[in-house]
Design a binder for this molecule. Structure first.
Ligand code: URA
Length: 266
């Protein structure tokens, strides 16, 4: 499919695209600044789904009250391990009732990079680990292209720990009750950089109404109690890139921006 590429940067870009099912050859990249795409990886976007059925315990408090409980619980956790246990034991998110597992994190505690996604899908719900399905595999490849790896230097989590019905986006009140745990995990791990994977975590963490196309690849910052101000970079969600492979050129540029930013932070 691709020709021999002499320029190391182009070679790396070509390999990365090829891994993701994009036809890329040097002449085409030089002529057009991007690769040709094949649509073999497309899949349907998530469908609308009914609200989650809450457990009797979850119904005993409002989301605002559960958020307060989560805040107090998270603040009492002195270690990452305590926090993981507290999240797993927490019953205040309506999504928990229908989920198979609580999906908290994967990767290296105290890692310089923290990747925060939207929430578990079917594969993650079964495995109990974030980003292990097709989108997760693509995320791993994207990160590997800039030498980031969940087994060495990254901690991976989500803004919501339970799979929403039919993979719909988490609702605002579901995110609200998880937010104190998310912030506490950041504070306890103190990453140098946060990567927000997709619109849902980018908007939830930044409290922004801007779209992901505006936020992606732009350096933002997040104020976290106990950890100060941490640079945050929104990127396109890998599941979106599976549906829209032609957007991978943008994702690649954002990864290079992250690589440069990380170098400047160390
Ligand atoms: N998508 C996410 O945002 N998070 C996961 O853990 C899996 C898929």
């Amino acid at each position: 499919m691709s020709q021999t590429v002499d320029d190391p940067a182009l070679a790396s870009l070509t390999l990365w695209w090829r891994d993701m099912g994009i036809v890329a050859d040097e002449a085409h990249i030089r002529a057009h600044g991007t690769a040709r795409t094949v649509a073999s990886e497309t899949q349907a976007p998530p469908r609308k789904a009914p609200p989650a059925r809450m457990s009797r315990k979850a119904r005993q408090r409002t989301p605002a009250e559960w958020s307060q409980v989560a805040g107090a619980t998270a603040a009492a956790c002195k270690t990452h391990g305590e926090l993981v246990d507290a999240i797993t034991a927490f019953d205040g998110c309506p999504l928990k009732e229908a989920a198979t597992k609580t999906v908290v994190f994967d990767g290296v505690q105290g890692a310089p990079v923290m990747v925060i996604g939207e929430g578990p899908g079917r594969d993650e719900d079964l495995a109990g680990l974030p980003f292990v399905g097709r989108a997760g595999k693509l995320l791993d490849k994207m990160l590997a292209s800039i030498d980031i790896d969940r087994t060495r230097n990254a901690l991976i989590t989500n803004v919501n720990y339970w799979r929403p019905p039919r993979n719909r986006n988490p609702e605002a009140d579901e995110l609200q009750v998880c937010a104190p745990f998310v912030h506490r995990m950041i504070a306890l791990n103190r990453p140098k950089l946060i990567i927000a994977a997709g619109a849902v975590p980018a908007k939830a963490l930044l409290g922004s109404s801007s779209g992901i196309m505006k936020l992606r690849g732009t350096q933002q910052s997040l104020e976290v109690t106990g950890a100060g101000t941490i640079p945050l970079m929104p990127i396109l969600h890998p599941a979106y890139l599976l549906r829209r492979p032609e957007e991978k050129a943008r994702a690649w540029r954002d990864l290079l921006t992250i690589e440069n930013l990380l170098q400047s932070l160390t």
